[in-house]
Design a protein around this ligand. Structure first.
Ligand code: ASP
Length: 344
């Protein structure tokens, strides 16, 4: 039977055009996009599209919009074999991470893509990104999707969504996934990296969560950071979780005032997760004395998680956990392949 893929157009450079009055890039609707890609008609699978209204620059992304996106996927889940989400590149890694936690028992591909140059531009990277993302979203073997995960496809690589980071604002190769290999590499052929693709059991029923608690913050330490700044983050009203970006394998200053600020927050029930500022490698708090004190006071290890995945995982768990024990247990394990543990 012919497969069907749904394109969900949220916005982003891929669908933008130059406004003649301001010279700035502004979004335009999907009908106009598809006219720029006549190749869409050549696929042997069906393609339909839904467009956000209004279309958003990805800088405007929010948990509410992620909720809207997962609802669209839920409503259309049984009618399509795969989904392609067109999204701005700026926050694509956050959305891909969030979706991975909000969609459960996913057995169909959800491929996010976008571009650095609009589809209308002569040298656009958007055409290849869109066409290959569609091909991957429709790819099946024996009625089983080849990549039933939330992914980002960009340039010539398919990455697990919650392992990616946007690292380049100039080059077409805008994303990287330093702690997890690509799920597919694209040249003359699409070469799937099967041992690294996550296949969920076929008997679970697909469902979605839309609750995300954004009472969280991100604290990146640097030499010279002062107590007011630390306190303004940790003591912010309503704060329930903090992603602490530390040095190297999870190290931070040992000064009394710093440790006291962290301990006070933990005593108030704030969850603090330790993530490295490095692009690759793991948090190993036991390794140095400057990490061990964090471990001893109850800071949770982020292992090899990206900051994007840590923030969205924290939002998801704070919004969906019955108790602090359950939340901490889930922070410590791989939910959707976002960290390297026995379950990933
Ligand atoms: N500002 C755009 C966005 O993220 C950039 C892009 O799509 O590359 O929506």
């Amino acid at each position: 039977m012919n497969k069907k893929v749904l394109i969900i157009y949220t916005g982003g450079t891929i669908g933008m055009a130059v406004d003649p009055d301001t010279n700035a890039l502004v979004p335009f609707d999907f009908e106009k996009i598809s006219r720029k890609v006549p190749e869409l008609k050549k696929f042997d699978f069906g393609i339909n599209s839904i467009s956000f209204n209004p279309i958003v620059d990805s800088s405007e992304m929010s948990p509410e919009i992620w909720g809207k996106l997962v609802k669209i996927i839920e409503e259309n889940y049984s009618s399509y074999d795969g989904f392609v989400v067109l999204h701005g590149t700026d926050t694509m890694a956050y959305t891909a991470s969030a979706l991975s936690f909000m969609l459960h028992n996913l057995q169909k591909p959800v491929i996010l893509t976008g571009s650095q140059l609009p589809l209308g531009a002569i040298r656009t990277d958007g055409k290849e990104n869109l066409l290959t993302a569609l091909e991957i979203a429709a790819a099946h073997k024996n009625e089983q999707a080849l990549v039933p995960e939330v992914c980002i496809y960009f340039q010539d690589k398919l990455f697990r969504g919650n392992r990616t980071t946007k690292y380049n604002a100039e080059h077409f190769r805008a994303f990287r996934s330093d702690n997890y290999p690509p799920l597919a590499e694209v040249g003359l052929h699409i070469k799937y990296n099967y041992p690294y693709i996550r296949y969920t059991t076929l008997n679970g029923t697909f469902s979605v969560s839309t609750r995300m608690d954004n009472n969280i913050s991100l604290l990146k330490i640097f030499p010279g950071i002062n107590e007011h700044v630390i306190r303004s983050v940790l003591d912010a009203p309503g704060i329930r979780g903090v992603v602490l970006e530390t040095y190297g394998s999870g190290n931070a200053p040992t000064s009394q005032w710093f440790m006291k600020a962290l301990r006070d927050a933990i005593d108030r029930g704030v969850v603090i997760i330790n993530v490295t500022q490095c692009l690759a490698g793991d948090v190993e708090m036991w390794r140095y004395e400057t990490g061990r004190h964090l471990l001893n006071m109850g800071v949770v290890s982020g292992y090899d998680i990206t900051t994007e995945a840590a923030l969205t995982k924290l939002m998801f768990l704070l919004g969906n956990s019955a108790s602090m024990e359950e939340l901490k247990m889930n922070l410590n394990r791989s939910l959707k392949g976002e960290i390297k543990t026995v379950n990933s």
